[in-house]
Design a protein around this ligand. Structure first.
Ligand code: PGA
Length: 256
């Protein structure tokens, strides 16, 4: 079901103690306001792996706050030193997992084919994948951005059955906007989100497309969130840098 979601991707930041402080501050600032605004509004926190179960314990009583992992492996278990599987993440209390973040695609050379396997593994373990797609700057400049997104969707998630696809969230994160302070304009975000929805309608059907939650990510902050979220096809945000400051993050959550 389509929801309003603000997800905080903490990436590789914060010590354990700092992470606990951050989550407590966020909890306090949000109070009961998340529930009051909108029944379909959710907050997702995506801390580093070692903090998941502890943070889950702290947020457990608030059913509007969910936990995501930042990545998972495609295999359930085995000799993959340093990797973490989807069932492990689920057993630690996370309900979501980010798949295909551009930093994974770039630094860890994750291909669409590998991401398709991770998506399958996540769904099999009962995790909801937050599938990221986004073009690099040269692709945008050469007006190749729609083709790039089309291909990432086709090869990463369009092998899924209708039933499985309906569980997914999609995040559009133009790579040129991530951590750069440059944000897509509300019009650019809306244009691409509408395009993504059209691709989903073409592959599955209009009803599934209309029910898919599509988040925007890339230098989204407390100042631009309202304008971005006001677009009809933007259902919220995947927030990096601004999710590390409780007051910034809470303002973004309250931007719907
Ligand atoms: P940013 O990161 O908000 O710091 O640009 C977004 C993301 O990588 O998810």
């Amino acid at each position: 079901m389509r929801k309003k979601i603000v997800a905080g991707n903490w990436k590789m930041n914060k010590s354990f103690d700092e992470a606990i402080t951050l989550v407590n501050e966020i909890k306090e600032l949000l109070g009961s306001s998340i529930g009051l605004q909108n029944d379909d509004c959710l907050v997702i926190l995506s801390p580093p792996f070692p903090y998941i179960s502890h943070i889950r314990k702290i947020t457990k009583e608030n059913d509007k706050i969910k936990i995501a992992a930042q990545n998972c492996h495609s295999e359930e278990k085995g000799a993959f030193t340093g990797e973490v599987s989807a069932p492990m993440i689920r057993s630690a209390g996370a309900e979501y997992v980010i798949i295909g973040h551009s930093e994974r695609r770039t630094y860890f050379k994750e291909t669409n084919e590998f991401l398709a396997k991770k998506t399958d593994a996540a769904l099999k373990a009962g995790l909801i994948p937050i599938f990221c797609c986004g073009e690099i700057l040269p692709d945008r400049k050469n007006e190749n951005h729609f083709n790039v997104i089309k291909r990432q969707l086709k090869e990463g998630v369009f092998h899924l059955s209708e039933n499985d696809f309906m569980k997914m969230l999609v995040a559009y994160e133009p790579v040129w906007a991530i951590g750069t302070g440059v944000t897509a304009t509300p019009a650019q975000a809306q244009e691409m989100h509408a395009f993504i929805r059209k691709q989903i309608a073409g592959k599955y059907n209009r009803q599934i497309a209309d029910n898919t939650t599509i988040l925007y990510g890339g230098s989204c902050n407390s100042k631009n969130a309202k304008e971005l979220f006001a677009n009809p096809d933007v259902d919220g945000g995947l927030i990096g840098g601004a999710s590390l400051i409780a007051s910034e993050f809470a303002t973004i959550v309250n931007s719907f």
